[in-house]
Design a protein around this ligand. Sequence first.
Ligand SMILES: [Zn+2]
Length: 307
Amino acid sequence: MGIGLIEKHTEFLQLIKLHSDISKMEIILKREKQIDNVILSSIINRLKAMNLLGESTSRSLLNHIPLEIFFIEWNMTDNHDLLKLIKIIRMSLEKIILSFGIKKAQRKLSLRQETEAYFYFPFERLGVGYLLIRGQNKVLITAPHAKEPLSDDNIRTIAEKVAIKSKSWALISTISRIYIDYNRLGSRLSPFRRIIEKLALSERKIRMIIDLHGRNQTFEEYDVEIGAMCGFSAKPKALNLLQEVFNRHKIKAGFEEKGYIGGDITQYNGIPPFVNVIQLELSDRIRKRNSKRIISAISEFIAALKF
Ligand SMILES: [Zn+2]
């Protein structure tokens, strides 16, 4: 076993212990309305130990804890605020733990995983890079690949029509993914991605994000592939409701059957119950020949959501 592998195992074990401490802290805070100092010092010691394990741990934490929580002015004397913050950190740790399994599964399915992100152009040449439609509910439709070349065909029209029909918000890219791919880790600091976090976490305007995509090489057996980070990015209730609505509209949906668990928006922005994210990979057929049906179904799902 190489050093790298030993480090990985130790890191994994430390993460599970840290997660257990934070969970305990959350339960005690909920029950006794105060922070347990013994657990707090144990957490601090674990973080110190993890810091010695090399940079991969700190990179994991950085990759999974939402940036926005550092900009929110939390009231640390308000237990409600404190509990929410602890919950978000606890869930971020769960994402790291889950990501170990996801990487393995993706290798098995030979799905390409994101290793590096590139910027081909400086930010100032990218311009604003998005179109934001303001809605009247707590749902945001995102379409990060809406601009050609290499766009998801017809996705902009579908996103706009769903937003109008359901009075939802919509965030649509106006820059091709060949310049910046808004559904990748490397784009998190872009205005497109920062808006999502701001609307959802700081301003609490959004509770559900529906991230729309389309594969050009179609999987014929499904009209839609639903991705929710193995069920981790959205409440089961919402996923069940979506399945019911699709059934009613005779839309054949698979849940991560082809291995599409969601891109970076799903994986990073989903923190249920506060923020739910569902990725929809729409087949060629449904996007081009049956778009009316998918627009109606998604709008019906939005109308039935209770937030
Ligand atoms: Zn896409």
